[in-house]
Structure formats: C-alpha cells, structure tokens
Design a protein. Structure first.
Length: 137
C-alpha cells in the first residue's frame, strides 16, 4: 500500500522523476513549492529573476519550467521568448504561475508558448496533475 501523497491528502503517492526549473521572485513560493516537488521525486532548481532563469534554462535544459510573470531583471514573457527561441529548450513544457490579475494575461501567456497557466493561489494537486500530463506520466 502506498503512503499518502505529500501533495494531496488521501491520494496514493507516485514517485516522480525529472528536472524542473522553478522561477519566482517570491522566495516563499520557491521554498514551499520546491519542497512539495522534491518530496515527489523531482529534481528542482530555482531562480528568482529573469536573467538567472534564462541562464539556467539555456544551460541545463530542464524537463519542465514553472515560470512567474512579474519578476525583476526580465519578466516571465522575456524568459519564455528566449526559451522558445533556443533549439535546446524550444519544446520544454512551460507552466506560468502568477498572482497577476491583469486581464488577458492567460491568453497572452498561452499564445506566447506557455503550455498551462495557473493563478496564485493555486491547488497543488491540480498543478501536479498538469506537470504529470506535460511530462507524459
């Protein structure tokens, strides 16, 4: 019998693998979401601004990118554009995770190449299901 999942109470745990680059200027989001993802078996690296996110994404080609929009030193759209332009990362799934309430932001993110869009606060279980879907698990 599998132990309860650390992501959602009452579900069975599924051991996951893969590398995720988590980009958010809010250190608390990076820490809490990073802990959840690592507890499921993912390798998680973090960045807190657009320049570091772009550098890490292009240097290490993560299997998935979770990307905030409003950040210092290059917003999430600039990062997404650079990721999509590079042959090494053009096909990398990208999930936009933002607290912004700006109208049309979801549509802009998806038309810019994001594969999924979540607004904070979000349900961890929904995010994990989306990660699994994007990584074909």
């Amino acid at each position: 019998m599998n132990p309860p999942s650390p992501i959602h109470p009452g579900t069975t745990a599924l051991r996951r693998t893969g590398s995720i680059l988590l980009v958010d200027d809010d250190a608390a989001i990076c820490q809490s979401l990073g802990i959840r993802l690592r507890s499921c078996g993912f390798e998680v690296r973090t960045a807190q601004d657009g320049i570091d996110a772009t550098r890490q994404a292009l240097a290490s080609a993560p299997e998935l990118l979770i990307l905030d929009i409003n950040m210092p030193a290059g917003d999430g759209f600039a990062v997404l554009e650079r990721v999509r332009e590079s042959p090494a990362t053009a096909g990398t799934p990208v999930i936009v995770l933002t607290a912004s309430q700006k109208p049309g932001l979801r549509e802009r993110a998806l038309s810019s190449g994001a594969n999924a869009y979540f607004r904070k606060p979000y349900e961890s279980w929904d995010l994990l299901r989306t990660i699994d879907r994007l990584l074909d698990r």
